[in-house]
Ligand binder design. Sequence first.
Ligand code: PLP
Length: 352
Amino acid sequence: MTKHLYLDRNENLYGPAPACYSALQKIGAEELSVYPRDFLRGVKSRLSERIAKDLGIPEPQILLSEGSEDMLKQAVHCYLGPGEKILCPAQSWWYYQKVASEVGGETITYALKETQESYSYDVEEMLSLYRKESPRVVLIASPNNPTGNSFHDDDLKKLTDAFRESIVVLDEAYWGFRNSSNEHIAALIEKYRNIVVLRTFSKYFALAGARVAFAAVGASLSRLTKFSSRYLGYNRISESLALAALDSPEYYETIRRQMCLDREAIYVFFAGLSGWRCYRSDANFVLVKIPAEVREPLRSFLEARNIHIKFFSEPEFAGCVRITLGTKEHNHRLLSALSEFLRPGGGERGAV
Ligand SMILES: Cc1ncc(COP(=O)(O)O)c(C=O)c1O
């Protein structure tokens, strides 16, 4: 029986840096049984202190959470009241369109445009919708899931300038896979007092199971700062793992470079197939439009080989699949299976 290969949830299958395993081995009774006492030094934790230093942002403006799902929930629960509106992308992570309903808010969506190579944000459309709807919260994602496109700096500036009356949540969950520069965050936080930039250790740092993330927040958002504070501290094990990951930039840079090469190989593979279309992506996944008649045979063919990719049922992505990039070997296994499927008679060869 071949091993299951899960390329369906945008995890980083290279796993975390070796330093993370060493950090785990050093966990002792102190980390397990005792609350942290970092507050005695006037900071939330060793992790918020470290991130603040790395990003050049005051520590009180770095908030910690159990994954960025948690921080997104906190930001929306903190600021969105019943009947108030949240603006979010129509083609995006499903949770964006659900979170407002948790507090009786209303979700308004803006559409992304399909371009020659990818998707892009329609900035003019977003601005006109903003003026019409006056949302309390605006959600933007860069890179966006599952389209993989990022914001151009100029567009981001234009939007954040225009959205000053609202809380702007910029989700950068898939930061790092195109480039791992952090320079823009301090500038954004300094200029826009109403912005929340979400970052997670789940994707680039391959720590999805540790459930650890952070947000850098503008100076006006003291309500969120208070809302999210935890008087007994944060998960000390996850914190040690995250610190070890931050100490391992070379490890993650090597993965980033390999993923860039693999992404290019995937584009080339699909470019040669008529009726298929792979969108360019800045993240650790690609969106692929597939011929309608192929969907069910492909699903059965891959399942029979224990390979799992995401087949969308949402109308926005009808006819599309999302493939998470695995390791070099995983990607090779997937492309070999797809080649076999595409050979004459291949689709009928369901079971192996
Ligand atoms: C766009 C986006 N943001 C945030 C998350 C949440 O990730 P986590 O809670 O692991 O940080 C995901 C998860 O897949 C995602 O796709």
